[in-house]
Design a protein around this ligand. Structure first.
Ligand code: PLP
Length: 382
């Protein structure tokens, strides 16, 4: 945990809104994953937070990367990840992604039967299976339901493995990812059970990729036990792809109070909102909020951002000491799908990001300027 005095220092030095990351918590999360999953290979789903500072630290700790865009593949390469350290995934891969993945020697995750004919020659590939399960998370975060756009059906999977082999690829095995921020460990048990039900039709496999999706309070040892059992049923090596679990708790969004307003509802207006942290608006996500000042108890407030959007609320029903302009708030569990989903809507420059390691701060992303935001509009060279 970063001491409050150091959070104040960062806010003064780098300005707000500001993302800060605690390297010790990042390392601790990885240690928890390794303790639970033992020998499984870990690929960081960098969609959760693509910052090179975090990615480099994870790569140096031996973690691979799961990439879902040409830009993410380029980030993997930039931190020195190639070959078997890289997974290329996605439901609608472009020619650029196949080419970049092939150049790095990455493993591809096949999301539909037609992809077999599009893979670069002699690719290593896994087949993503949709287990057709309702899971305990927000609808937008569920990826393994019957109507979801991801993966092939359980019935199709064995034939897609055969098609890969017939086309000269290495059919490594199966992949499943049921969603993000999944609360109930039984959902994973059910998904893995549906995959092992295919064993009679697939025969032994080299790899079972059990995806990510673990909620922050998930029973990791329980999920790991089930994942290892499923891999063992195929005689396979276990791979996992956590995103949120690795980075969420390391990240905090620092924001300052701009003022207050009472309109029949009590608002504390702050300098961060949907452009910096979209999750509350997009998923109804609740992030813990800690006031970093002391004063008399000041009532219960909704935190509203600066955007001209009624839904631009960072948090609701937060008890605070009496707020005053300039007071600093820490919005917790913001390391995953925070900075990565931030936007330039309203020509708001994206915030700076700073990493706290060995008791000191290192800027890992400078604050954008308005010029950064419109540069591509001015530079019209074709
Ligand atoms: C295929 C795949 N793997 C891993 C992840 C990471 O999920 P999470 O960040 O919830 O662990 C995702 C995210 O949705 C994903 O789509």
């Amino acid at each position: 945990m970063i001491p409050a005095a150091d959070l104040h220092t960062a806010a003064e030095r780098f300005g707000t809104p500001l993302y800060v990351y605690d390297a010790a918590e990042l390392d601790a999360a990885l240690a928890r994953v390794r303790a639970a999953f033992g020998a499984a290979r870990v690929f960081y789903a960098m969609k959760a937070n693509p910052n090179l500072g975090l990615l480099r630290r994870l790569a140096q700790s031996g973690v691979g990367a799961e990439c879902v865009s040409p830009g993410e593949i380029a980030r993997a390469e930039k931190v020195g990840l190639t070959g078997e350290k890289v997974i290329v995934n996605g439901p609608a891969k472009s020619a650029a992604e196949y080419a970049a993945g092939a150049r790095l020697g990455a493993t591809f995750i096949v999301d539909r039967a037609e992809e077999v004919g599009r893979l670069p020659p002699a690719s290593r590939a896994l087949v993503r299976v949709n287990p057709a399960l309702e899971v305990s998370t927000h609808d937008h975060l569920a990826t393994g339901a019957a109507g979801s756009k991801f993966g092939v059906t359980l019935a199709q999977a064995p034939a897609v493995l055969d098609a890969l082999r017939a086309a000269g690829h290495t059919a490594l095995g199966l992949h499943v990812h049921i969603g993000s921020a999944v609360r109930d460990a039984h959902d994973f048990t059910a998904a893995f059970g549906r995959l092992t039900g295919l064993r009679a039709r697939t025969g032994p496999l080299a790899v079972l990729d059990a995806g990510g999706g673990w909620g922050l309070d998930a029973d990791l040892p329980g999920i790991a036990r089930e994942a290892h059992a499923a891999a063992a049923a195929f005689g396979a090596e276990l791979w996992v792809e956590p995103g949120r679990y690795l980075v969420a708790r390391s990240g905090t969004l620092l924001t300052r109070v701009v003022g207050t307003k009472r309109t029949g509802r009590d608002f504390v207006l702050v300098d961060a909102g949907m452009t910096e942290l979209l999750r509350p608006m997009l998923y109804g996500a609740a992030h813990p909020v800690t006031p970093l000042w002391t004063a008399e108890p000041g009532g219960v407030w909704d935190l509203a951002g600066p955007a001209c959007e009624s839904g631009d609320l960072l948090a609701q029903g937060v008890a605070l000491p009496t707020p005053a302009p300039g007071d600093l708030l820490a919005v917790g569990e913001a390391g995953a799908y925070g900075a990565g989903m931030s936007s330039n809507y309203l020509t708001r420059p994206r915030p700076a990001e700073a990493l706290y390691e060995a008791g000191g701060w290192r800027l890992v992303r400078r604050r954008e300027t308005p010029e950064d935001v419109w540069r591509a509009e001015e530079d019209n060279a074709e």
